[in-house]
Write a protein that binds this ligand. Structure first.
Ligand code: NAD
Length: 490
């Protein structure tokens, strides 16, 4: 049996339910396009309530056997899936670039990143311990064991079409849960390819089910899961308004929730920072995926005495970034995902300029390349009255805000309903200790712009959500604790 595939072999355009590829009950399809060119790649099955229910039915049938499989048996399947992801990293990377637009090197990097969670949770599957509770009464033994929560519904965004779904499916399967999932409408192909590889790796029928849906049909399809009491958990990565909606709508069946939501990350440069390191760290954290990540710095605060110097150093590096379609091997930034994204970026930049921001680099669409390209941009003299200070821009735009002292920087950094990532650069160890404690965020980068790791707990506070993905904590979200009390032992 072949284990290495070309990209075209990996393109699937039906739902995967109960171990089979099936069209929608309605027969409907929707187009998936290449954001670099607007060309249609393929038409994918457009799922609705009926398909979502069929997926849950399959997941419910498969659950008892998967729950009862030995942890090392579940681990072996996940390890095989991991190996197939690595073997097919080039093809998957190309598919990510095709439907999402990021340069191939980044697409391939995402495959390795997503695969690292699969390997991590394969190992974690064999380390799900319980506790024997110190005896409280004679003749009675008390213990706590961990059990899979049951069927998990996974809903993911378009910006990391492979990593976001891999880091939900892997812990769910490791814990002994079965899964129903729905990837974003802009990028369903990578997730379907991943499910294809999971099937090849020996994930049993019904254990992993994935339906695709257009934006319109996503609402009723997901609502079916929200209202079905057999689905015990929702794991969602996406925007905060949708996360809140899922929490509200699932309340009637009181599901366990993990919500990885929007961010508005601050990046603070103190005057005692190594400025060259801060510029490099900002480039890494800001321009990954063209600025379309939830942990991208959205507000950069620079202390007054180094403000102009930092702005100049940054603008030179940003102006040199190469914007091109993912097919160009020298591309550092590809197209944005769609017209809505480009319009939001342009709106934020225009609003800032109209309120006094100075353009140090970029500041315009790159229409010669196509309709979805925007120049990497640095704006000086940003203020809190501008839209980009309170909303995620989700594009290649760096607004530079000025501050005078530490307290002002912390106040400004925390002045947001969000609390996902935050970053700061300083070489003063006492300041580092103070700032770490005061930043309201689930993730803090200290003199570092690249934070992602399967060994680390990823997640937010405040309206950036709750739950953690990766690390030794990541399985907890897919397990519930059962307390056992055995009497009559004397
Ligand atoms: P989105 O919330 O619009 O969509 C995410 C997913 O939810 C998609 O699959 C979409 O089809 C589905 N969806 C949307 N509305 C729905 C509804 N009413 N009912 C059911 N499903 C619905 O987000 P997006 O635009 O795809 O992604 C960008 C957002 O994701 C940003 O806010 C970004 O910060 C966030 N994000 C967060 C993380 C994190 O780990 N915290 C990671 C990546 C992206």
């Amino acid at each position: 049996m072949a284990t290495k595939f070309d990209m075209s072999d990996l393109i699937r355009n039906d739902h995967f339910i109960d171990g089979k590829w099936v069209a929608s009950a309605s027969g409907k399809r929707f187009d998936v396009t290449n954001p670099a060119t607007g060309e249609v790649i393929t038409a994918v099955a457009d799922g609705n309530e009926a398909d979502a229910r069929a997926a849950t039915d399959a997941a419910a049938r498969a659950f008892p056997a998967w729950r009862d499989a030995l942890p090392k048996e579940r681990a072996a399947v996940l390890h095989r899936w991991h190996a197939l992801m690595l073997e097919n990293a080039d093809a998957l990377g190309r598919l990510i670039s095709l439907e999402q637009g990021k340069p191939f090197a980044e697409g391939r990097g995402e495959v390795l990143y997503g695969a690292s969670y699969v390997a991590w949770f394969a190992d974690e599957a064999t380390r799900i311990y319980g506790d024997l509770i110190p005896q409280q009464q004679r003749g009675k033994r008390m213990s706590a064991v961990r059990e899979p929560v049951g069927i998990v519904a996974a809903i993911t965004p378009w910006n990391f079409p492979l990593a976001m779904i891999a880091r939900k499916i892997a812990p769910a399967l490791a814990a002994g849960c079965t899964v129903v999932g729905k990837p974003a409408e802009d990028t369903p192909l990578t997730a379907l390819a991943l499910v294809h590889l999971a099937h090849e790796a020996g994930v049993p029928p019904g254990v992993l089910n994935l339906i695709a849906a257009s934006r319109e049909n996503a609402v009723p399809a997901v609502a079916e899961w929200l209202h079905d009491s057999r689905v015990r958990k929702i794991t969602f990565t996406g925007s905060t308004p949708v996360g809140k909606y899922l929490a509200r709508e699932s309340a009637d069946t009181l599901k366990k929730l993990s919500l990885e939501l929007g961010g508005n990350a601050p990046f603070i440069v103190f005057d005692d920072a190594d400025l060259a390191a801060a510029v490099s760290g900002l480039l890494v954290s800001k321009f990954r995926n063209g600025g379309q990540t939830c942990v991208c710095p959205n507000r950069v605060y620079v202390q007054s005495s180094v403000y102009e110097k930092f702005g100049d150093m940054l603008a030179k590096r940003v102006a040199a970034l190469k914007v091109a379609p993912a097919t160009d091997p020298s591309a550092e930034i590809g197209p944005m995902i769609n017209a809505r994204a480009i319009d939001k970026i342009a709106r934020h930049v225009d609003d800032a300029v109209s309120k006094g921001a100075r353009v140090l680099a970029g500041g315009k669409r790159l229409t010669a390349l196509g309709s979805n390209y925007y120049a990497p941009t640095v704006l000086a003299d940003a203020t809190s009255t501008m839209q980009l200070s309170c909303e995620e821009t989700f594009g290649p735009v760096v607004p530079l805000f000025r501050f005078d002292d530490e307290a002002q920087a912390i106040r400004a950094a925390n002045d947001t309903p969000f609390g996902l990532a935050s970053y700061f650069y300083s070489q003063d160890i006492r300041r580092i200790d103070r700032v770490v404690r005061r930043l309201e965020a689930g993730i803090v980068g200290i003199n570092e712009g690249a934070l992602a790791s399967e060994a680390a707990p990823f997640g937010g506070v405040k309206e950036s959500g709750y739950g953690r993905e990766g690390s030794k904590y990541g399985l907890d979200d897919y397990l519930s604790i059962k307390y056992l009390c055995q009497g009559g032992l004397e």
